[in-house]
Design a protein around this ligand. Structure first.
Ligand SMILES: [Zn+2]
Length: 270
């Protein structure tokens, strides 16, 4: 390792240590990732017309920006009270995944299913678009259920030989009935039995950070209820569009579905 390399390595290690100490998510500036952007202000910080999470650190403010999977790599910017702040999004190639779903209606819904699907999508979009003010959102997540990651975030999906949206969450395979917990404090903002997602719970953690739990066999929380870190939400199941019992876990930041692995703390990373 030459001297330049060593200095860079040390700087990177120090950055990682300080991120850990602050409980910040991991910086991974790619489509479907998160950019940690240093700022000199926390006023009117917007990305793409949406409010952005900002945390205070010893060195100043840090914006925690969710980058949509559909974003092309390149130079992006935040708008702030003190002007534009640029940040770079790097390229990332996600792998392809082919799945066979036995119930073809869940891949090619009937005409009469479309009304329900549209209504449910609107309901979920409204939740993902919401920005609730809290002093500091806890971004140091516990793993929400005990199991094996069976399908990571971002896979380009081919269902029954037809291209579909990329995988917008992390799948954790576990036996039906395995408890699901909230990875951080929050408020239950929606529950329902959705066409694709089955029994679902959405938790608002504040500052545009929302998590979603799908395919549950049972739901044990109610809309409006506050939950603590580690609080029981319900059980793993196989409702909705599934090939087996698992938890589909989505994390949304400024209405961008991002890689949940970036939020997991060291202790509970699978
Ligand atoms: Zn999934």
């Amino acid at each position: 390792m030459n001297k330049d390399c060593r200095v860079k390595c040390l700087a990177l290690t120090l950055l990682m240590i300080s991120q850990c100490a602050l409980g910040l998510p991991e910086h991974d500036s790619v489509p479907g990732g998160i950019a940690l952007v240093p700022l000199t202000t926390d006023k009117n910080v917007m990305f793409n017309g949406r409010r952005v999470m900002v945390n205070e650190s010893a060195e100043g403010y840090i914006a925690i920006v969710g980058i949509p999977l559909s974003r092309s790599p390149g130079s992006l910017h935040l708008d702030t009270a003190e002007g534009r702040v640029r940040f770079k999004v790097n390229e990332k190639q996600y792998e392809e995944q082919r799945l066979t779903i036995k119930n073809n209606r869940k891949v090619n819904p009937y005409a009469q299913d479309m009304e329900r699907i549209t209504r449910e999508r609107k309901e979920m979009d409204a939740v993902f678009n919401h920005f609730s003010q809290v002093d500091r959102a806890d971004t140091d997540f516990d793993l929400p259920t005990q199991g094996i990651v069976s399908s990571p975030f971002g896979l380009r999906r081919i269902l029954n030989d037809q291209p579909r949206s990329p995988h917008s969450g992390m799948d954790i395979a576990a036996r039906e009935g395995t408890p699901i917990i909230s990875p951080a404090p929050g408020k239950i903002v929606a529950t329902g039995d959705y066409f694709f997602n089955g029994n679902t719970v959405l938790v608002d953690h504040g500052q545009g950070l929302i998590t979603m739990y799908c395919h549950m066999s049972s739901i044990s929380v109610k809309v409006g209820q506050r939950v603590d870190k580690g609080q029981y939400l319900g059980d793993v199941g196989m409702t909705g569009r599934v090939t087996g019992a698992h938890l589909h876990w989505s994390v949304s930041l400024n209405n961008a579905r991002v890689n949940p692995a970036l939020f997991l703390n060291q202790e509970t990373t699978p």
